[in-house]
Design a binder for this molecule. Structure first.
Ligand code: DGJ
Length: 736
């Protein structure tokens, strides 16, 4: 292939200045405002020369001289043994070395983007690795993944298989990551990268974001800022066990690797077989962590979540209202209430199913998705009829990947659960929960059929909450052969993907929420089939500010299910007024998770007004650009963010006081993302004060608002009896 003069669809091949005797080829891949440059000379190692802000072809051609040596773009183990590598394998003959060299560069169009494929071939063994880079028109995010093909006569064993690698020059580089635990997910943590190895990993088997997350950011200019600084974002698009490694070695550079966690998961590739790694999404911005978030959000809405172009409905979920005590009267009552408050959807959570083994608590029923007519005499159809009467839609909870030992499904098919041979399976929730073995095609059929049966019987189901409340506790597939037991963690997710593909093919329109004991399934591996995720089983408004702040680093507001719940809160027991609870919930996909009968008439009236106002700002919140203004993690007594419509003609500003001290002075928050030349009129939403704010109805230039901000009173102006230490504001800005 003569590459030198060819300009491909998005990747440009540029002939470089001579390096030694050879002439190298640069592959320049532009994604929106970013550029990746690789050196791809046939017969040589593939090298990464540059990743950052968009550069010209001329600058790309001179990179070697400007920036020094390139780094191995996809390091392979064996002929180098000391540094960290992306790929390692044991060949059929036991040899543990790889020596991959560039063989070919090609480009193809796929359904929504362009893929640059660089094929590497081993110098001795018939093994090839295709390193792929995908770009989407107009997006600043590119995805990379590999396809590893075994053309040997016998199986090879993959022992490490990262999706991608990125070298990052040493300096004052900070890493931002999310960590947490159940009911405290997506907490943000930022720290400088020191020497040694930083590993962020997951081994849950099923859900992978309860603790750490597989998304990170690197701030190249010191302490992360949401407004400025060169920043790289990376998100591994995978729902299973992952491992992110950052090795800072004696060269002082940082070597970042991300992929499926290879621990206890070595993978045998039969002759002729190809192993495809999940995508690693990369982006770069000079506008700090905020710029990276906005790029991820846009890419996600356009390409990586289900129905990213559709507004999400305001809903009431039954869980915190009644827990397992599902019954017809209560469901009907809840539907009437959410409809009265202006909601658009009711979701019946856990507890509606099980005939022989009724689901009265977490100990029984999973697997038997037949309606319990003791609780719901008119069945699901009766509920749907009632929903229609109330002019709202109806949704339902399921946990298809799981089973209780107390279920008819388990009695019939005990061989379908994950269980090591010769041993009893360890149970999870309720002491009887087990995981179905998604590696088994028969189980994939069962999972597909659960949804198919529900949707066939009740085609008007509008929304499914898909839960997953257990990990893979012990290693053992009753389906996989003895020599392929190490495939379990990976084949589980391949099987889940197959079932989800079938579901989406047949039911493209139904809304599906990814829930997993709260926010354990917030990742871009799962999101393409799902519309949103349940951020946390902790609905405390104050703690949600911190969790949703963290999640917003990578996920857009429309994916974050954010519900108004009871006071005192069921998890933290904190008492927070309805105004503050609503103002927090209104910053994501607004919903409710409450027994409406426990609300006062005044609270209901206030919620009705808030829902109406949320509908007005919904396009800005759900499709707008996020600007984080003041972080709750800075502990300045305040958190603030805003969403700005793409045309910059509308914006919504949120302000939440996070502590109350007498004579405390809160920072003035300059706004961001507005058009400096536009004039915006301010209107407070969800207002409870007796008197309007001094700037209500007044107009200010975007320039003024971004350079100064608005002085917001410390407390609400309320009669003494109603005064609390909580204070929050939602302001709607409309350009004149
Ligand atoms: C765990 C989820 O996170 C909750 O919201 C609820 O759906 C329960 N499962 C139901 O069992």
């Amino acid at each position: 292939m003569n590459c030198r003069s060819i300009t491909l669809l998005t990747a440009t091949l540029i002939s470089l200045s001579a390096i030694g005797d050879a002439v190298a080829q640069n592959v320049k891949i532009d994604a929106g405002n970013t550029t990746l440059v690789l050196e791809a000379e046939k017969g040589k190692k593939l090298r990464n020369l540059y990743y950052g802000t968009k550069i010209s072809d001329t600058d790309a051609a001179g990179l070697r001289s400007a920036l020094g040596k390139g780094y191995n773009a996809y390091p392979d183990y064996g002929m180098i043994t000391v540094p960290e590598t992306a790929l390692s394998m044991i060949h059929g003959d036991g040899n543990m070395t790889l020596d991959l060299r560039v063989d070919n560069v090609a480009e193809r169009k796929d359904k929504d983007g362009n893929v640059t494929e660089i094929t590497l071939k081993d110098t001795y063994y018939p093994v090839s690795v295709k390193v792929n880079y995908k770009t989407y028109p107009g997006e600043d995010v590119m995805e990379t993944w590999t396809e590893i093909t075994n053309n040997e006569n016998s199986p090879v064993t993959l022992t490490r298989f990262a999706s991608g690698h990125l070298p990052i020059r040493g300096g004052n580089v900070w890493l931002s990551q999310l960590y947490g635990s159940a009911k405290n997910e997506s907490r943000l943590e930022s720290a400088p990268l020191g020497h040694g190895m930083k590993v962020i990993k997951n081994r849950d088997g099923i859900r992978n974001s309860h603790t750490a997350h597989s998304e990170v950011m690197f701030s190249l200019d010191g302490k992360p800022s949401d407004r400025t600084g060169r920043t790289i974002g990376a998100a591994l698009c995978y729902g299973g066990n992952y491992k992110l490694r950052i090795d800072t070695d004696n060269s002082n550079n940082h070597y970042f690797f991300a992929g499926i966690n290879e621990d206890d998961s070595q993978y045998h590739l039969a002759p002729g077989e190809t192993f495809k790694t999940p995508e690693l999404a990369l982006t770069y911005s000079s506008d700090g962590t905020g710029g990276v978030s906005r790029s991820f959000h846009r890419w996600a809405r356009n390409h990586k979540i289900a129905h990213g172009d559709k507004e999400r409905k305001v809903l009431l979920n039954s869980w915190e209202g009644v827990y397992f005590k599902i019954n017809e009267k209560e469901m009907n009552n809840m539907m009437k209430n959410i409809a009265d408050m202006g909601g658009e959807l009711f979701v019946m959570d856990d507890g509606w199913f099980g005939v022989k083994y009724p689901r009265d608590n977490s100990k029984a029923g999973l697997g038997d998705w037949t309606v319990d007519t003791r609780k719901l005499p008119k069945g699901i159809n009766g509920l749907i009829k009632e929903a229609k009467k109330n002019k709202i839609d109806f949704g339902i909870w399921i946990e298809p990947e799981m089973v209780n030992t107390k279920s008819e499904l388990y009695e019939k098919y005990p061989e379908y659960v994950i269980k090591p041979e010769h041993r009893e399976a360890l149970t999870g929730r309720g002491g009887t929960q087990l995981v179905l073995d998604m590696a088994n095609p028969a189980v994939q059929d069962i999972v597909f059929n659960i949804v198919d049966t529900l949707m066939t019987k009740y085609p008007e189901i509008d929304y499914i909450k898909w839960d997953a409340n257990m990990d893979i506790k012990n290693h053992g597939s009753q389906y996989l052969t003895a020599d392929n037991q190490s495939h379990l963690f990976i084949d589980y997710h391949k099987g889940l993907a197959k079932a989800l593909d079938r579901i989406r093919e047949k039911y493209p329109d139904v809304t599906i929420q990814a829930c997993a004991s709260g926010g354990a399934r917030a990742n871009y591996g799962i999101m393409p089939w799902f519309d949103e995720f349940w951020v946390s089983d902790n609905t405390d408004a104050l703690q949600r500010i911190y969790m949703q702040w963290g999640a917003s680093y990578f996920f857009p507001a429309m994916t974050m299910a954010s519900h108004i719940s009871a006071s005192p809160n069921h998890q933290t027991h904190r008492r927070i007024p309805i105004k503050y609870r609503t103002d927090v919930a209104m910053s994501g996909r607004l919903g409710m998770e409450i027994q409406p009968d426990d609300m006062t008439d005044a609270e209901k009236a206030q919620t009705r007004k808030a829902i109406a106002e949320y509908k007005e700002i919904r396009p800005v919140v759900q499709f707008g650009d996020l600007y984080r203004l003041l972080s709750p993690y800075d502990e300045k007594g305040l958190a603030s963010l805003m969403y700005v419509a793409p045309q910059k003609d509308k914006a919504v500003f949120y302000w939440w006081k996070t502590r109350a001290f007498y004579n405390d002075m809160l920072p003035l928050v300059p706004m961001d993302g507005l058009d400096p030349d536009k004039t915006y009129t301010i209107r407070e939403l969800n207002r409870i004060d007796r008197k309007p704010l001094p700037f209500e109805g007044k107009s200010f230039s975007g320039k003024f608002l971004m350079e100064n901000g608005l002085e917001i009173p410390y407390n609400h102006d309320l009669p003494k009896a109603d005064q609390t230490d909580w204070s929050s504001r939602v302001l709607y800005l409309e350009a004149n």
